[in-house]
Structures are given as structure tokens and as C-alpha cells.
Ligand binder design. Structure first.
Ligand code: ADP
Ligand code: ADP
Length: 239
């Protein structure tokens, strides 16, 4: 089952830099895809074009059959609600608690702030705690997100994305700022939760070894083009 279909996707930045030459690919439900390639290859442009965080110049991106490139207003918001995002810099509200940050995913930012300490509905709080348990952070629930370690903050990032109940999860260099052991943890939570919930996950990675360890499929990008597409076993001499 194709969850994502990308056709002739192209990005030229306003200064003329070609970010993506022409991308064509189909991605199936439940797969964990790693996008690899050197700095400047177009990984981030690729990933951010999928939910139009970065506006493509031309082409089509079908998410669950709907072309997000042609969607506007309510339709666009509905498609985006099914796409979770995880960032290299975590993008948490540092002064808010872990639970509040998780509920940003579920309720949206304003409603999650209204909750204050322990003032969410019991159902919302329970939902957040359940999700935090899945990333091993139930004992950090009422700490300020900014007081957690980098690896813990990224696991909150995963929890927040999961709380949104997405079909597709986009992670842009989620482990680039983490040490190897935190990176292992973040990648294995991404993989396990993705498989349990049937979420399709696309992860940009600098580190080929992590791609080989965790991905079902690896897409290699260079100079804005796909130069490799296959399983980790098929990736032998990629540099
Ligand atoms: P990293 O590889 O660490 O993500 P990048 O250099 O790719 O860093 O991008 C950092 C930021 O600068 C991004 O927001 C990107 O869009 C922007 N950027 C990258 N290259 C250029 C460029 N040539 N001109 C303008 N902005 C750029
Ligand atoms: P990667 O994520 O693989 O490091 P990027 O997608 O960030 O690559 O960048 C792809 C190309 O697009 C690079 O040449 C980069 O300099 C350029 N680029 C990225 N963002 C911008 C921008 N905002 N303006 C101009 N060029 C950009």
C-alpha cells in the first residue's frame, strides 16, 4: 500500500540554487526509510518538501492519495495533521512541562498551554503519560522540557509527534546533535513505535551506519537527485 507518492518534485531556491533536481519515488505503509547523503545533498529540502514546510517549485506529493501540493486551507491542514515532524533541535517549548509538550501534538499549542500544571482533562493527561511511557520518560512527565538531556528531549519530540496520531512521520536529522548511545535509543524508539502503530517514517541521517542498522530501505541523495534506492544489505560501497 503506497502511503506516499512523489512525482517530478523539484525545488529551486529564490537565489537560483537547485535544491532538488527531480525526485520520483513511492513509499509504502509502515516502512522506515532513511535518506542519506553528504551535507548540501538535498536531504532536508527533500524531507521538508513533503509537508510543504519548504514549498516545492513543481511536482506532486500524494499523501494517502491526496496531492498536498494542490491543497489549500482546511484540506491542507487536514493532510498536515496526518504528518508528524521531528527536528534536529527538538523544537520543544523549553519552559513547558514534558506533558504539555506532548499535548501540543494532540491539542495544538494554545489549548495545551491552558492546561497548566495538572489542569488538563484526566483523559488528555493519561494519554500523554501513556505515550511518555512508550518512550521511557514517564518519570520525567512534570519536569520542564528544557531541563532534560538532549536524548530525552528528542524522545519528547517523538512522543509529541505520536500524540498527533500521524500516518507519516518526518524526522529531519533527529540524532545529529546526540551522542551515539542516545542516538541508538532515539532510533530504536522511532523504529519500534513506527512498527507498532503502522506509521511510515522517513528519517534524514548523516550517519550511514545508523541508516544500515535501522532502516528498511535507504534512499541516497546527491546533488538533488536519488542516486541509490535499496535495502541496507544492497548498500555496499556508498560514500
Ligand atoms: P545543516 O546541514 O546543518 O542543516 P544547512 O547549511 O543545510 O545546514 O542549512 C542551514 C539553514 O540555512 C537552513 O535553514 C537552510 O535552508 C539554509 N541554507 C542552506 N544553504 C543556504 C544557501 N545557500 N543560501 C541560503 N540559505 C541556505
Ligand atoms: P542537506 O539537508 O542534504 O544538507 P539541503 O537540502 O539543506 O541539503 O540543501 C540542498 C542545497 O540547497 C544546498 O546546496 C543548499 O546550500 C541549498 N539550500 C538550502 N536551503 C537554501 C535556501 N534557503 N536558499 C538557497 N539555497 C538553499
Amino acid at each position: 500500500e503506497a502511503i506516499l507518492k512523489i512525482e517530478n518534485l523539484k525545488k529551486v531556491y529564490p537565489d537560483g540554487t537547485v535544491g532538488l533536481k527531480e525526485i520520483n519515488t513511492t513509499i509504502h505503509k509502515g516502512e522506515l526509510i532513511a535518506i542519506i547523503g553528504p551535507s548540501g545533498a538535498g536531504k532536508s529540502t527533500f524531507l521538508r518538501s513533503i509537508n510543504r514546510l519548504n514549498e516545492p517549485t513543481s511536482g506532486a506529493v500524494y499523501i494517502g492519495g491526496e496531492n498536498i501540493c494542490e491543497a489549500k486551507g482546511k484540506k491542507l491542514r487536514m493532510i498536515r495533521r496526518k504528518v508528524g515532524m521531528i527536528f534536529q533541535g527538538y523544537n520543544l517549548i523549553k519552559r513547558s512541562t514534558t506533558v504539555q509538550n506532548v499535548l501540543h501534538g494532540r491539542l495544538g499549542y494554545m489549548s495545551s498551554l491552558k492546561g497548566g500544571f495538572g489542569r488538563f482533562s484526566e483523559e488528555d493527561t493519561k494519554e500523554a503519560l501513556d505515550i511518555l511511557m512508550r518512550v521511557g520518560l514517564e518519570d520525567q512527565a512534570f519536569k520542564k522540557a528544557g531541563d532534560l538531556s538532549g536524548g530525552q528531549q528528542q524522545r519528547v519530540g517523538i512522543a509529541r509527534a505520536i500524540a498527533q496520531n500521524p500516518d507519516l512521520l518526518l524526522a529531519d536529522e533527529p540524532i545529529a546533535s546526540l551522542d551515539p548511545s542516545s542516538s541508538e535509543k532515539v532510533m530504536s524508539y522511532l523504529k519500534t513505535i513506527g512498527k507498532e502503530d503502522g506509521i511510515t517514517t522517513i528519517v534524514n541521517l548523516h550517519q550511514v551506519d545508523f541508516a544500515k542498522e535501522f532502516a528498511d530501505r535507504i534512499i541516497g541523495v546527491k546533488a538533488g537527485e536519488i542516486v541509490f534506492d535499496g535495502t541496507p544489505r544492497e548498500l555496499t560501497d556508498y560514500t
